[in-house]
Design a protein around this ligand. Sequence first.
Ligand code: PLP
Length: 482
Amino acid sequence: MNNVKFMSGENIPLEMHKVRMVQKVNLIPVEDRLIAIDKAGFNTFLLQNRDVFMDMLTDSGVNAMSQEQYAAMMRADDSYAGSETFYRLEAVLQDIFGMKYFLPAHQGRACENIIAQTLIKPGQVTVMNYHFTTTKAHITLNGGIVEEILTDEGLKIQSDAPFKGNLDIDKLKESIQRNGKKNIAFIRIEAGTNLIGGQPVSVENMCQVSKICRAEGIKLVFDASLLGDNLYFIKVREQGYKDIDIKTITREIASLVDVLYFSARKLGSARGGGILCHDEDLFLKMRELVPLYEGFLTYGGMSVREMEALAVGLQETMDFDVINQTPIIVEALCNELLSTGVPVVTPPGGLGCHVDAMEFCAHIPQTQYPAGALAVSIYIASGVRCMERGTLSEQRNPDGTERLGEMELARIAVPRRVFTLSQVKYTADRINWLFKNRHLIGGLEFVEEPTMLRFFFGRLKPIGNWPEVLAKKFREDFGDSL
Ligand SMILES: Cc1ncc(COP(=O)(O)O)c(C=O)c1O
């Protein structure tokens, strides 16, 4: 898209693919949406897809695959051990990342389980730009402690900083001094930092962190699940990288770290995951856990068809016209919302558009989950399913008190190459309407609250009858429109 200018001067995200297979979607009336969200315990994770118009819950495992990926699935070699498919995937990974050792796993969190069990001793600290929900759960389950050292800019909702996912180098040095390097299990960089709005990390920052890790003898772990988006931002935002090809940048990044893992539900637009490393000893330690939790070493819980699709998807990630598709749509959605004053995280990141519920629903206290309430309201107003990323996604403190989120975001994910611009504009239109009527949105409270990762399947109820009032206002304003 970067090289295509419109005569009108408008900045329109241009799709660099054509649609050759479609799935019909349904938009049910607002009254039915109200019934559906009630049945789902006011948790968008628990909605059934038949009641959802646009599924913008996540970019995980729901990206459109290319014809080459589908074609590759046909040649999968189905065998428990020694599958040709595994060796093809391993060769692609070694070629792209320049890392020698590969372990397959069924998804990203499975890699986190293996890495945490291998590297963490109880009481040790893991230092990172920002946590991800499942990452933190695995670290704490293994007795580790999460310490975050994001730059201050990273938590500002509106900012001009191009790399809000960067680690603060002074905070890193201070943390090593305070904790002592023996008490640090590893340092973790999350590319395309998910929970702060899909914000990227610069190569310059990764180089600085790597240098410190090497000097101190601390392991550097890299979460590459959102590397595709991050590579796009390096190309367009980081000085000196515009003309460097994506594979060279990828290799440079991989050379800086000790362990690299990914969710293939995101990276490579397939389903699965994997861990890569340079060091044989570490590989052998982690390898012991793969047959125990994942499956034999040549499939690791993945179907061989998905592994073939992943091998091709990873190669396609090295194509700028592939990785630019989500970020340009995210930017378009953010701009549509910003034009009417809706507060969103800026600069736009990858992964999705993040609406700031702390401001959108400033009248709702954090203990009543404003981002969760906003996600529910967006579903009622549009049939679009998005996700809460705030206090609800946190785990309670050991004493039972709420751990308040540093941000309260409703994340409208943009699965790769799935939705068209008119669908994105529809989403913006309904959120803009909601913004005008935001005073009608109320809080939520738990009815059933799981102790671990409660946001996935906890059930809630509205405080008051605000969902009915909101649906009634929708009907008044939109007449007989769906
Ligand atoms: C940055 C990051 N790391 C890890 C994971 C976990 O991956 P998975 O969902 O495949 O278990 C995710 C998933 O969203 C992610 O965004």
